[in-house]
Design a protein around this ligand. Sequence first.
Ligand code: KG4
Ligand code: ZN
Length: 345
Amino acid sequence: MGKYILGIETSCDETAAAVVRDGREVISNVIYTQIPTHTLYGGVVPEIASREHVLKINQVIKKALADAKLDWKDLDAIAVTYGPGLVGPLLIGVSTAKALAYAKGIPLVGVNHIEGHICANYLMEKNESDNSEAVAPPYMCLVASGGHSHIVRVDDFTKYTIIGRTHDDAAGEAFDKVARAIGLGYPGGPKVDKLAREGNPEAIQFPRASVGDSPYDFSFSGIKSAVLNYLNGAEMKGQEVNKADVAASFQQAVIDVLADHTIKAALDHGMKTVALAGGVAANSLLRETMKERAEAKGLRFHCPELIYCTDNGAMIASAGFFEYEEGRRADLYLNAIPNLKIGER
Ligand code: KG4
Ligand code: ZN
């Protein structure tokens, strides 16, 4: 039979719901992305995001249940992202989940969005019987998204220790800002990823910054400023800029730091596996580089399928399942916490 969890995600610009069995098997996965709307403004407009979530959430949840061929009575719990994220968008998901849990008499579980990204590593397609690839703690996970860049030691399915963090911009934020500076628009990550394939990653030497006394921490504002200075310098001298070279060199600098710090953290902590999570985990060069460098050190490498890297409901359902199994329940006072920390309950 197994346990069926409905996961609801509205923390930023995706309205998403999914049904996952036993934290791993994706039964349905519905994502309504607002990217085309926010592209008009060059970034996510929180008020518009909230309104779009209100318009779409009921349809998205209905479709997740219909695609799963399940009824409300088949669900063991409803899991919902309650932070971190944009407060308005979070509140739409939280209040919808509370209303449904109350009306249908189904247990409610609050999920941390970042922990959800990590749990995307457990997801598998329906009927995927070969479980040999299944990832289980402990492992070292790089979580890199638009708002967060952390190296997290995953001690257990619900236990996390932060090993490294960014001191300024998140990795995805740096991708988005550099993309804007070279005229690629929003969302920057996938566009830089694509353009970089046509460029030379060694054309320009951007800094690989380390910070303070922690070998696992990040700083991306230096790389971002170096790119902006390079572009300004070229403009002042009237020089033509090769955008593909800028994209490739910037991307290489960011990925060198992300990969090297994560692998060092894994080795220093005696981990045998490294994993990726978050929107930036969709980056093709990051996936290749991590795999190569991890395997060269005898580490096993894992990353979620592309569709589970960016925001989705399945990862929330997975994280919700493991919380549910621990007996954790939210009540109807559950509130959105925009700056919720990893491991905070
Ligand atoms: O996890 P996510 O969907 O939302 C947040 O929780 O922030 O991550 C979105 C971020 C954006 O900054 C986006 O530019 C970045 O992930 N991203 C990428 C790629 N796809 C998405 N960055 C680099 N390469 C990609 N292919
Ligand atoms: Zn996210």
